[in-house]
Design a binder for this molecule. Structure first.
Ligand SMILES: [Zn+2]
Length: 160
């Protein structure tokens, strides 16, 4: 962002709350580009045969992850998780349980992760081009983003 969205003045770097941020030099306007993270809802979708991991059609690498989606205006994150499960996989959620909330600084996102129980046949929407079902015993998380939610979910299952 180079220009103030409120008054169109060119933004300048300024010290705000202990860090340098683009800000409007017109103090009467006072706009600061905070660049707040975007909330993203992530779903560990579990069927009786395992967890659904999918490949996004825009990803270059052959990497499979749990599905994610953006909140709509005014939408409850849990409702979003249920809606995205239906839209991206064609599955009806039987339950939706919050796992946790995770910072994903590299993407400037905050991930809100849910465990979804669902059954039925998967129909991918256009965002996804491939999926696989991983048995829970073979599922492994990773050290950032949605992988942290997978690790936490697996840890709570081992406690039971
Ligand atoms: Zn301004």
């Amino acid at each position: 962002m180079n220009y103030c969205p409120q008054c169109a003045t060119e933004l300048q770097e300024r010290l705000v709350d202990d860090s340098i941020k683009p800000a409007c030099p017109d103090h009467g306007c006072g706009f600061v580009f905070w660049n707040n993270p975007t909330p993203v809802v992530a779903m560990i979708v579990e069927r009786p045969d395992g967890v659904v991991l999918a490949h996004n059609a825009q990803w270059e690498h052959r990497f499979f992850s749990i599905i994610t989606g953006f909140l709509e205006a005014g939408e409850d994150p849990r409702d979003c998780a249920i809606r995205e499960t239906a839209e991206e996989l064609g599955l009806t959620a039987q339950s939706a349980q919050l796992i946790g909330v995770y910072s994903f600084a590299r993407q400037n996102q905050v991930i809100i992760a849910y465990h979804i129980e669902a059954d039925g046949d998967i129909t991918l929407n256009e965002e996804l081009d491939e999926y696989k079902i991983v048995p829970v015993s073979e599922l492994r998380g990773w050290d950032m983003g949605t992988g942290l939610a997978i690790n936490d979910w697996l840890a709570t299952r081992q406690e039971q």
